[in-house]
Design a protein around this ligand. Structure first.
Ligand code: T46
Length: 141
């Protein structure tokens, strides 16, 4: 079993302003390895067609770092380090929420047509997930 990397806090998760190229014919935003995110990108996936009232997440990662972007619509991310919780609303395609390892996250309050782009520091690995909340709390001790 992998160890949780670092003794992280919800305060280490931050909204990062992404590069925005504004033009009369529309906008363009760029995300590259290490700029402005502090990791190399290994995987991209996205959540979409989320029915009203549904939530996603409900787990923590041992070592994965992610940047979440509301590339369409809006949703909330509830961050939990086992002691403190923070609710962050994402509703701009030029802002990304960096989530560090060891943070329980729940995504909810999805608007109609919301799309959550997830940029990840590693490939999919089920061993990196902590999907049981009590196990998450135990991992924080
Ligand atoms: C996270 C939130 C924001 C794969 O096969 N490959 C993948 O890369 C991913 C992300 C998922 N899957 C499979 C595993 C499950 O059978 O897709 C299914 C749904 O995954 P999960 O229940 O983990 O989905 P979410 O939306 O609850 O969580 C996902 C990410 O897993 C997670 O890292 O932070 O989005």
């Amino acid at each position: 079993m992998k160890e949780v990397i670092g003794n992280s806090s919800v305060d280490f998760c931050k909204v990062i302003e992404l590069d925005k190229h504004h033009h009369a014919n529309g906008n363009l935003t760029v995300v590259e390895n290490q700029s402005p995110i502090p990791f190399d990108i290994k995987r991209i996936y996205y959540l979409y067609d989320i029915p009203g009232g549904e939530s996603r997440g409900g787990h923590a990662h041992r070592s994965l770092q992610q940047l979440l972007v509301a590339i369409s619509g809006s949703f909330d991310v509830v961050l939990d380090d086992g002691t403190n919780q923070r609710r962050v609303t994402l509703n701009r395609p030029y802002q990304g929420l960096l989530i560090v390892p060891g943070i329980w996250r729940v995504l909810d309050n999805f608007s109609s047509g919301a799309v959550c782009l997830c940029i990840a520091s590693d490939h999919y690995d089920e061993d990196d997930y902590i999907r049981d909340y009590q196990s998450f709390l135990d991992s924080r001790k």
